[in-house]
Design a binder for this molecule. Structure first.
Ligand code: UTP
Length: 295
């Protein structure tokens, strides 16, 4: 199985659910405790051994490119002031020189279209796709677990991270049908985006991490629109599944949908409670707030 070297991060969405916060600032730069959402997701990819980070950006997203660049003046100032810890933190969070690429999705035509915009940068090799909306909290990270699982599959295969959702909420997600078990994965028997209530083939939803074969690009290039008039990734995957195997992998860990306000707040609380410098004090803050709230 060929190694996965490249990861794609589609960050061109409008983030309308977070307006007005996202009027001038990308939603991917909202912070979960002390780092932007996109940093959490890039860290997950770095931990998995990804070597090239491809961002599909759009208008108002230039700050993401700056975030993953060296800030020479800031670093010099930190050094002068002896702020070694902050300096190490900054240096440690940066992909190396030449390891990032940025391309533009000129109009937000849907996730499938954003992925297609990365085709020249990915080239003819399998790649990882990480939706920055989903922030994972687990060790090892979700993508690392997926790459270990992918290594055992027969080529060419596509692999989707899945997790359980309450059946009454399945209609909000992309759901997979579950076939035979293959090692740590299972064969995906059909996929459906936002099934009508009561018709979902399982309670497992695709949770924002994918390993895809490059043949997906030709299918996305047909620019067929689907739900919401957008070019949908799931539609292209359904077409690809006619010629290539798709597997699902139920990863170990927690995910937070930071594209929604409640998921974003949940992530902040969970990461703060796991933060070595903040946990004790924050736990007391939460206790006091809840005691007040519950009267
Ligand atoms: P979402 O539909 O959750 O993102 O897409 P959105 O459109 O930014 O959010 P809302 O619903 O208006 O609040 C999932 C991911 O796909 C990217 C988004 O940036 C997000 O990371 N995306 C979506 C694109 O890059 N381009 C698109 O045209 C659509």
């Amino acid at each position: 199985m060929s190694r996965i070297r490249k990861a794609v991060f589609p960050v061109a969405g409008l983030g309308t659910r977070f307006l007005p916060a996202t009027k001038a600032m990308p939603k991917e730069m909202l912070t979960v405790v002390d780092r932007p959402v996109i940093q959490h997701v890039v860290d997950e990819a770095r931990e998995a051994g990804i070597e090239h980070f491809i961002f599909v950006t759009g208008r108002n997203k230039g700050v993401i490119e700056d975030h993953f660049d060296k800030q020479v003046e800031l670093e010099a100032t930190l050094e002068r002031r002896g702020k070694d810890r902050e300096l190490a933190e900054l240096e440690g969070s940066l992909p190396g020189p030449g390891q990032t690429s940025f391309t533009r999705q000129q109009a937000p035509l849907g996730l499938g279209h954003a992925v297609w915009c990365a085709r020249e940068l990915v080239g003819n090799e399998p790649f990882a796709l990480l939706l920055p909306d989903m922030v994972m909290q687990d060790a090892p990270g979700c993508l690392k677990q997926m790459l270990d699982t992918y290594a055992d599959l027969a080529a060419p295969a596509n692999l989707l991270a899945v997790e359980e959702v309450a059946p009454e909420l399945a209609h909000q997600y992309g759901i997979v049908g579950v076939g035979e078990t293959v090692g740590r994965a299972f064969r995906v028997e059909g996929m459906i985006e936002k099934p009508a209530p009561g018709t979902a083939p399982s309670n497992l939803f695709i949770s924002g991490r994918y390993i895809l074969q490059p043949e997906i690009f030709a299918l996305l290039g047909a620019h067929q629109t689907g739900a919401g008039g957008e070019i949908q990734l799931t539609d292209a995957m359904i077409r690809l599944a006619k010629t290539q195997a798709f597997y699902g992998y139920q990863f170990r860990g927690k995910s937070f949908d930071c594209g929604s306000k409640i998921g974003f707040l949940h992530a902040n609380v969970a990461f703060a409670l796991a933060h070595e410098d903040l946990a004790t004090e924050f736990r007391q803050v939460l206790r006091d707030l809840l005691a007040e709230d519950l009267g």
